[in-house]
Structure formats: structure tokens, C-alpha cells
Design a protein around this ligand. Structure first.
Ligand SMILES: Cc1cc2nc3c(=O)[nH]c(=O)nc-3n(C[C@H](O)[C@H](O)[C@H](O)COP(=O)(O)OP(=O)(O)OC[C@H]3O[C@@H](n4cnc5c(N)ncnc54)[C@H](O)[C@@H]3O)c2cc1C
Length: 266
């Protein structure tokens, strides 16, 4: 059984993000690591590795569509235990919306060949649309299984999963191949091992282009239905602070209550 884990490099959760007047987004991290594997994808990578350990998956391929720098996300996947990694990178993909990205991912999954499960995190912490997994499933013609909190059983060409809903859990069985997007309740991601990190640093990661995937105009700015032309920083909230001075806490509370009453807060 072959498994693909779709993963994306995102700004780190502690990065400070700025948007300039022209809408250009940049970020830096005081901790010195501005980019990380999308945190939700760590659970997908871990689940892919567990499919190898527990369900006999032969190949666990980490896959990303991005620039050369996003190879770092793939190296994290390899260091954790993925068996291979593939970067899909081409200037023509710049400005893709999530549907364009899904078309590229679906073409890459087809090129890997004979894939039974494509794993995703529930969303990416930057774009945060949560659409890429279902759109990829649609492109592939596979069943999307979202918010998966456990893979219960795989066999006889079927997969049974537990889905985490707002008001409970749901067991769903679907035919393979399937797209599975996971939530953090599914597992506890492992740390990359020292040997894994060394192996990842030596790994030869192939880079596929639009031509390799025979994608002509299916992705990129011109194919995007969603246009990110107006990106701006939210203006800082205006506010002021007043310290209530009084002889006692009771008096302070009484003054505060009067002020809240005047402002029609209470
Ligand atoms: C330079 C640039 C320009 C952009 N321009 C536009 C634009 O004009 N219009 C627009 O709508 N969007 C634009 N985007 C955003 C881009 O479409 C989304 O980042 C992308 O489609 C993924 O959507 P998401 O981040 O919401 O991921 P989600 O759907 O929230 O992620 C769900 C899962 O899919 C995986 N996934 C997402 N993207 C990838 C990927 N590339 N490779 C592998 N796995 C992935 C995630 O890791 C996660 O596991 C732009 C992005 C960049 C970097």
C-alpha cells in the first residue's frame, strides 16, 4: 500500500507577520526559525508513518507544492520516518488558489501511482481555507474523509475511520483510494530522530515541474477563481486605560460600576 502525505511549509506559530502598503506579506521569527511544517500536518505525517508500521504501507511519500525552500518541510517528514519525498515546483504555479493547488497535488498523486491513501492536516495555519484536501479528493474522484480522529481498519479495499464532530464521533467506511484529513486527536507526533535528520539531509528530493505533470494552465494566477489582490493589516485597536484610584477596593468597585453603568455596559 502506498500512502502520500500532503504537507506544506508555513510561517512558524511564533513568527511576527507584517503587511506593507502594497499588500506584500513578510514574516520573521524572534526564535530564529521563521518557517515550519504546517503544525496540523505533523499529525498527518505521524499517521502516514503509523500506516507503515501497523498496516504494512510500503511507501509513505511526503509531497509539497511550493518553492525550493519548502524542501525543509519535506526533510522534516523524512526525518520523522517518511520513506520518500517529492517537491512540485514551478514558477507557473505562483498565485494558485486552493483549487489550482489541488489540481497540482492530484496530478502529483497520480504520478506517484497506485496510491491508496492521501493524508492531509485539517488546514494550513497560513491560508487556513481547509479546502485543499476536499478539492484534491474531487480532482482525483476519491472519497474525502475529513476531521478524522482515528483510522480504525483497513482491508478488503475499504477504510473505516472515526470522524470527530462538534457533538460526538462518527464511524465511516469508504472504499479505497481515499483522501483523509486528520485532526490533532488522532495521534501524538514523534520527534525526528538523530538518524532520521541525517538521512533527511542526505536525501535526494526530486522536483517535478508543470511539464512533468502535464499541467497546462490548470494552476497559477490566471487559472485562479479566487484573487488575493487586497491583503491588508487590520488597524490596531484604539483604546485607553484609566486606573481607578480610591481608598478601598469596595470604593474602586463602586466607581467602576458607576462608570460601566454610564457607558451602558451594564
Ligand atoms: C505567492 C502566493 C500567492 C497566492 N495567491 C493566491 C491567490 O491569488 N488566490 C488564492 O485564493 N490563494 C492564493 N494563495 C494561497 C494558496 O492558494 C493556498 O495557500 C493554497 O491553496 C493552500 O490553501 P490553504 O493554505 O488554505 O491550505 P488548507 O486547505 O487550509 O490546507 C489543508 C491541507 O492541505 C495541505 N496543503 C495546502 N497547500 C499545500 C501545498 N501547496 N502542498 C502540499 N500540501 C498542501 C496543507 O498542508 C493541509 O494539510 C497564494 C499563496 C502564495 C504562497
Amino acid at each position: 500500500m502506498k500512502v502520500v502525505v500532503c504537507t506544506k511549509q508555513t510561517p512558524s506559530t511564533t513568527a511576527v507577520i507584517t503587511v506593507d502598503d502594497s499588500g506584500q506579506v513578510s514574516w520573521d521569527d524572534p526564535g530564529g526559525k521563521p518557517n515550519v511544517v504546517n503544525p496540523w500536518d505533523e499529525f498527518a505525517i505521524e499517521e502516514g508513518i503509523r500506516l507503515k508500521e501497523k498496516h504494512g504501507a510500503t511507501d509513505v511519500v511526503a509531497l509539497t507544492v511550493g518553492d525550493e525552500a519548502s524542501k525543509e518541510a519535506l526533510k522534516t517528514g523524512l526525518a520523522m520516518g517518511c520513506t520518500e519525498a517529492v517537491l512540485v515546483s514551478d514558477d507557473v504555479f505562483a498565485g494558485s488558489d486552493s483549487l489550482g493547488t489541488a489540481r497540482v497535488l492530484a496530478a502529483a498523486i497520480n504520478k506517484v501511482g497506485d496510491v491508496q491513501i492521501a493524508l492531509f492536516g485539517k488546514s494550513a495555519i497560513d491560508g487556513d481555507t481547509g479546502q485543499t484536501a476536499v478539492q484534491t479528493a474531487r480532482q482525483l474522484g476519491w472519497t474525502p474523509l475529513t476531521f478524522v480522529s482515528a483510522i480504525k481498519e483497513i482491508g478488503d479495499g475499504q477504510i473505516t475511520v472515526e470522524r470527530l464532530l462538534d457533538e460526538g464521533k462518527q464511524n465511516v467506511t469508504a472504499p479505497l483510494p481515499a483522501v483523509v484529513s486528520v485532526v490533532k486527536e488522532i495521534n501524538e507526533p514523534r520527534y525526528p530522530s538523530f538518524m532520521g535528520i541525517r538521512k533527511a539531509n542526505r536525501a535526494n528530493i526530486p522536483a517535478w515541474t508543470a511539464a512533468d505533470l502535464e499541467l497546462n494552465g490548470d494552476a497559477g494566477a490566471a487559472a485562479s477563481k479566487v484573487d488575493w489582490s487586497h491583503i491588508y493589516a487590520i488597524p490596531p485597536r484604539q483604546g485607553s486605560v484609566e486606573i481607578i484610584e480610591a481608598e478601598s477596593v469596595a470604593e474602586q468597585a463602586s466607581i467602576l460600576a458607576d462608570k460601566l453603568f454610564e457607558e451602558k455596559v451594564i
